[in-house]
Design a protein around this ligand. Structure first.
Ligand code: ATP
Ligand code: MG
Length: 580
């Protein structure tokens, strides 16, 4: 962990430097040890100077933010060294995989900004070759058909402290193995009756080397190969050969495969393959306040604890996209996190920081009142509609201006008025003044209540000499946002909070599902936005002034029936933490 701490300190000071330079929007990422390996390989003329990586998802779920690290690393490394990156579906488990997952994975990678060009592959493309390589292993006496049941096989495997025992089938003749394997493929046996195993060493200290299973029988349709196969190769066997067939130079994978590397190399050493890629492991990206295992994400979906894989609360790339995350913010995040060998949990506020940084720069401003309270201006002409021109972005004049209608009846947010203000309250109070952003200073003259004593309307007067600016000597502290009560567009707003209310739902005690945040979604109907928002297209992002960043829902928002998702609030707790 010492290395990790050192890295953090370096990172934070680099970040502080960048933060004090107002022109900087990103920081120099820490050195990437994989890139250092590649530079060395290139210097030594390895692989004929080629760099070829691959991103190998299994289509058994949607991609999540952790996968983004692997995508950015694999595609980004190829880009950096003028190489290539393949997309390869690792589709060896037909019972858990489907085309919906295939399509969503492709869409997420494109959305993140990466392109596999004409290099889309499926491990299932290689089933025939994988089969022939298996036959070659049998012919060399390096693989055998085993009849142990899964329970027996587990028992024979031994433990970390005890060696395993040889399968009774281990010494069967090559011809008999070839014949059994042929019959396995021909569909003569039920699921589980036999496996094909590598013949390595049942006493190997590394359990992965104790005659691992290479093939199993599964009478199961496959989304790519249909009913053609009833034996399917195992991941470890498939992965290295697929890498070799695609002449991958650097096979980047996560740390849990470190113990599988000897098997990766063993398989390739036995076979006549076109290349022997180098496997390099790196640490997974993990965040607090969420779960990232596909099994759990699937469970949340299947049990309807969220509204699908692309629910804006999900850590899936489709969920983040729908929530309003930008691809650039995710790529920046992956750069900032860097690539190391030490597993760690990243604070989710770092991800939110990257998002805010990008949105602050790119999102046009707009006004939207989430909880409307009516204001009537007693001295403003009833029929008058004043078009006030406001900048779309305070720091980017190129974004131009928008017109906001100012009228006698307006809405302000309920939270911007207090009858009995708490100490330090700077917004509207009875008899007090406040500036309406970009418009006039108003004074609250009268509070109108209904029979239940609820405030339903404020009667105010408008200082007509204050349009857009404070006259000399005039002190008005509070500035609030507003929308015309007669010239606006109605909006549904979905407010999101963290999906889990515990930092580590997996270790918080009990089932992780007990730590779901019951208040993670709140829907506000009847919000009012300035007219310019009427043109918002799905996925358009805005900063609703003083409220946060919002994104028009990709699926539910339509012209005339706008739906906005809260992407993220304005307060950046991570930047604050780093500057403290
Ligand atoms: P599983 O194999 O259990 O279904 P997985 O998360 O490993 O889940 P894959 O589809 O196999 O899913 O992952 C594709 C690639 O993304 C793999 O190379 C994997 O190592 C990498 N990856 C997965 N999760 C993370 C993560 N949290 N951080 C970085 N890389 C990841
Ligand atoms: Mg995997």
């Amino acid at each position: 962990m010492a290395g990790q701490a050192g890295y953090n300190t370096r990172f934070i000071s680099a970040h502080k430097a960048a933060m004090s330079d107002t022109s900087a929007t990103s920081i120099t990422p820490p050195a990437n040890f994989i890139h250092q390996i590649i530079v060395r390989d290139l210097e030594q003329g390895k692989n004929g100077g080629r760099v070829h990586t691959r991103f190998p998802p299994e289509p058994n779920g949607y991609l999540h933010i952790g996968h983004a690290k692997s995508i950015c690393l694999n595609f980004g490394t190829a880009q950096k060294f003028g190489g290539k990156c393949n997309l390869r579906f690792d589709d060896t488990n037909p019972e858990k995989e489907n085309l919906e997952f295939v399509e969503s994975i492709k869409a997420s990678i494109k959305w993140l900004g990466f392109d596999w060009e004409d290099r889309l592959f499926y491990a299932s493309d290689y089933f025939e070759q994988l089969h022939d390589y298996a036959v070659a292993l049998i012919e060399q006496g390096k693989a055998y058909v085993c009849s142990l049941t899964p329970e027996q096989a587990r028992e024979y495997r031994g433990t970390l402290t005890e060696p395993g025992r040889d399968s009774p089938d281990r010494e069967r003749s090559i011809d008999a193995n070839l014949e059994l394997f042929r019959r396995m493929r021909a569909g003569e046996f039920p699921d589980g009756a036999y496996t094909l195993r590598a013949k390595i060493d049942m006493a190997a200290p590394n359990i992965n080397m104790r005659d691992p299973v290479l093939y199993r029988i599964r009478h199961q349709e496959h989304h790519q190969t249909g009913g053609k196969w009833c034996i399917y190769p195992m991941y470890d066997y498939t992965h290295c050969i697929s890498d070799a067939l695609e002449q991958i130079t650097h096979s980047l994978c996560t740390l849990e495969f470190e113990d599988h590397r000897p098997l990766y190399d063993w398989i390739l050493e036995q076979l006549e393959v076109p290349a022997h890629p180098q496997q390099i492991e790196f640490a997974r990206l993990n965040f607090n306040y969420t779960v990232m295992s596909k099994r759990k994400l699937k469970q949340l979906v299947d049990e309807k604890l969220v509204k699908g894989w692309n629910d804006p609360r999900m850590p899936t790339l489709e969920g983040l996209r729908r929530r309003g995350y930008t691809p650039a913010s995710i790529r920046n995040l992956c750069d900032m996190v860097g690539v190391t060998k030490a597993n760690s949990v990243v604070d989710v506020s770092m991800m939110e920081h990257c998002l805010r940084e990008d949105l602050d720069r790119t999102a046009p401003r707009a006004m939207c009142v989430l909880r409307p309270l009516k204001v009537v201006l007693s001295n403003y002409p009833q029929a008058q509609v004043e078009q006030i021109s406001l900048a779309r972005h305070p720091k980017d004049p190129a974004m131009g201006e928008r017109l906001v209608a100012f009228t006698q009846e307006l809405y302000i947010d309920r939270s911007d008025f207090e009858e009995i203000p708490p100490a330090g309250y700077k917004r509207l109070i009875p008899g007090g003044e406040v500036r309406l952003r970009g418009a006039y200073v108003i004074r609250c003259d009268e509070v109108v209540k209904n029979n239940d004593g609820e405030v339903v309307e404020l009667r105010c007067s408008c200082d007509l000499a204050t349009l857009g600016a404070n006259p000399e000597g005039r002190k008005v502290k509070g500035v609030i946002h507003w929308v015309s009560a007669t010239h606006n567009v109605p909006v549904e707003v979905r407010l999101y909070d963290r999906l889990f209310n515990h930092e580590n739902p997996d270790a918080a005690g009990g089932d992780y599902r007990e730590h779901l945040n019951p208040d993670s979604l709140k829907i506000l109907y009847g919000c009012c936005a300035e007219l310019a928002l009427g043109a918002a297209e799905p996925e358009d992002r805005f900063q609703f002034e003083r409220e946060g960043y919002f994104c028009a829902d990709r699926f539910d928002s339509k012209p005339g029936a706008l739906v906005f998702n809260l992407t993220i609030g304005l307060r950046d707790s991570w930047a604050k933490m780093q500057n403290a």
